[in-house]
Design a protein around this ligand. Structure first.
Ligand code: SF4
Ligand code: FES
Length: 252
């Protein structure tokens, strides 16, 4: 083969995708595609190539292409990943792409995230002001010191991608379990100096579907694409829940 042929030769790889078209099939099946690739080809690029050049019926979610919107999660060789942040160059051999585990499949790689979103909203993920000692409305900024911000900042980086739920065996067993991201979100607000809603959230957090549903496998933190460390948030939440139980006991 000449040097020119080597330079112009296109690298290709095989991508095996789990398909499911509920109006046509009773259950999912596998389909293999061949896609061109170079050093910069992401999983999302490969899916876009397949959709544009080979099969327009392929369905999947994406938006930002820069690990911000959280919509492109898929299983890559059995591990939850963001399609736009995962590159073909890092894999050898055929790739297997499936929808995120532990969620009902809607179509191809698209899953139903309703339960996940309900869990996020269930923990009251917003600042709850001090209604009892409420001061007259102020036009001043609600200031925080850098130290106050640092307490929860890491936990505020979540992009709601749901990868940690696909990594969580407890959520796989019991979809009522609030799960890593929702418990992290609750912890993020509980740590915020502007919030006084910890007691309101505690009934949910201090329960089997809350922090005590976690068996500390820790895979959630390994797969998080934003370095959030939900396992640490849940463990810190367990300490707070235990303290809350003790205080309630002493109060009788
Ligand atoms: S904690 Fe990480 S993995 Fe879980 S939803 Fe948030 S960003 Fe995604
Ligand atoms: S496309 Fe937005 S996170 Fe991947």
């Amino acid at each position: 083969m000449s040097t020119q042929e080597l330079i112009t030769q296109e690298l290709i790889t095989q991508v095996k995708i789990q398909r499911y078209l509920p109006e046509q099939h009773n259950e999912p099946y596998w389909q293999t595609f061949t896609v061109p690739m170079d050093e910069s080809t992401s999983i999302l690029d490969a899916l876009n190539h397949i959709k544009e050049e080979q099969d327009p019926s392929l369905s999947y979610r994406w938006s930002c292409r820069m690990a911000i919107c959280g919509s492109c999660g898929v299983m890559v060789n059995g591990i939850p990943k963001l399609g736009c942040k995962t590159f073909l160059r890092d894999y050898s051999g055929p790739l297997k792409i499936e929808p995120l585990a532990h969620f009902p499949i809607e179509k191809d790689l698209m899953v139903d995230m309703d339960t996940f979103l309900q869990h996020l909203t269930a923990v009251q993920p917003y600042l709850i002001p001090d209604f009892i000692n409420e001061q007259p409305a102020s036009t001043e900024p609600y200031k925080q010191t850098p130290a106050q911000l640092a307490k929860y900042r890491q936990f505020a980086n979540c992009i709601n991608c749901g990868l940690c739920y696909s990594a969580c065996p407890q959520f796989g067993l019991n979809a009522e379990f609030l799960g890593p991201a929702a418990l992290t979100l609750a912890h993020r607000y509980n740590l915020d100096s502007r919030d006084t809603g910890k007691d309101q959230r505690m009934a949910q957090l201090n329960s089997h579907e809350g922090v005590w549903g976690c068996t500390f496998v820790g895979f959630c933190s390994e797969v998080c694409p934003k370095g959030v460390d939900p396992a640490a948030a849940v463990n810190q939440g367990k300490v707070e829940a235990a303290k809350s139980t003790l205080i309630a006991l002493f109060k009788g």
